[in-house]
Design a protein around this ligand. Sequence first.
Ligand SMILES: NC(=O)c1ccc[n+]([C@@H]2O[C@H](COP(=O)([O-])OP(=O)(O)OC[C@H]3O[C@@H](n4cnc5c(N)ncnc54)[C@H](OP(=O)(O)O)[C@@H]3O)[C@@H](O)[C@H]2O)c1
Length: 331
Amino acid sequence: MILVMGAGAIGCYLGGCLQAAGVPVAFVGRPRVLAALRAHGLTLTDLDGHTQRIESAALSLHEAIPPGLAPALVLLAVKSGATAEAARQLDAALPSGTPVVSMQNGLSNAATAQAAAPTLRLLAGMVPFNIAELAPGHYHRGTTGELAVQDAPAVRALQDDFRRAGLPLHLHADLRAVQWGKLLLNLNNPVNALSGLPLRAQLMDRGYRQCLAALQTEALQVLRGANIQPAQVGALPPQRVPPLLRLPSPLFRLIAARMLRIDRSARSSMADDLSNGRPTEIDALCGEVLRLAEAHGLVAPVNARMVGLVKAWPERPVAMSSAAMKKALHL
Ligand SMILES: NC(=O)c1ccc[n+]([C@@H]2O[C@H](COP(=O)([O-])OP(=O)(O)OC[C@H]3O[C@@H](n4cnc5c(N)ncnc54)[C@H](OP(=O)(O)O)[C@@H]3O)[C@@H](O)[C@H]2O)c1
C-alpha cells in the first residue's frame, strides 16, 4: 500500500494513477479536498487525451493518518511550508524505517522532513510535469516528463507498479543535480503567478520570458560559482534555455513548438496559492538561489527582487504586465 501525504494536485494525480493501475493507495488530505473527492470521485486527464476515473467509493480518504498503517512507501506531496508538520505526523504514526519520497519542488524538503521525522527514511523525488486542479476532484497533467527519485531498495521494489501506472521512475544515487535542474525551470513559477496568465500564454510573451531568462542566468552563475552542474530536466541543457527564452516570439514559438508541450490548462500552482492567500514556495525556489549565493560570497539581486515582489503581492493583488515586471526586476 502507498500512502499519499497531502492529497492535492500532485498527491491526487500520482496516487490516482497508481490506484488506477491496481496499487492500493490511501490519501491523507484536507477536508475541502476530501469532500470534493467524496462528492465527485477522482478524474485524471492529461495532454495526450487520456482520462481515468476512480469512483469515490473506491477511494481510501483520511483527514489524519489512520492508526496501524504500514505503507510500503509514502509520497510526501504537501507544499514546502507544510513539510515539517506533515513529517512530524508521519513520524508519530508510521513504523520506524518507513520510506518517504518527497515529491516536492526545491532542494531542501527531504532534509526538512528528515529532521522532523528522524525515525523514517526520507528520499528525494522530482516531478517534472505540471498538474492543475481543473474542477473539484479533477486533476490534469498539462505538460510532459518522467519522475526522478533517489535510488533505494523500497523504490526499486515498486518500480514495476509505477511503470504500469504510466509513471516510470528514473533512479539516481544523488538527486541534487536533477533538483537544481528542476529548480531552474521552477523559476518561472513566480513569473507565471504574478502574470495572472495560463502557463502557455505567459510563455508566449517575450517580456515574461526575459524575466525568466534573467532569473535563470543569475541562478546559473551562482551554480557555477558553487561548482554545481545542474542536470538537464527539460528538452535542452540548462545553459541553452535563457538564450532561447530571449528570442523574438515568432522564432520562440517555432522552436518551442517542437520541444515544449504545454496545453492551455497548465498553470503554476503558485498562482493558486497567491489568489487563495496561502503561503507560496518562493523561499524554496528563488530563496534557494539566494542561500546558495550567500554561502559562496555571491549575490543574486534579480532573484532577491522576485522574492520581494511575491511577498509584496498580497498588499496589491493585481496581475503584473511583463513591462512592469521587467521594470521591477531592474531589467
Ligand atoms: N502542482 C504542480 O504542477 C507541481 C509540479 C511539480 C512539483 N510540485 C510540487 O509538489 C508539491 C505539492 O504541490 P501541489 O501543487 O500538489 O500542492 P497542493 O495542491 O496545495 O496540495 C497539497 C495539499 O496538501 C495539504 N496538506 C498540507 N499539510 C497537510 C497535512 N499535514 N495533512 C494533510 N494534508 C496536508 C494542503 O492543504 P493546505 O493548502 O490546507 O495546506 C493541500 O491540500 C509542492 O512542493 C510543489 O512545488 C507541484
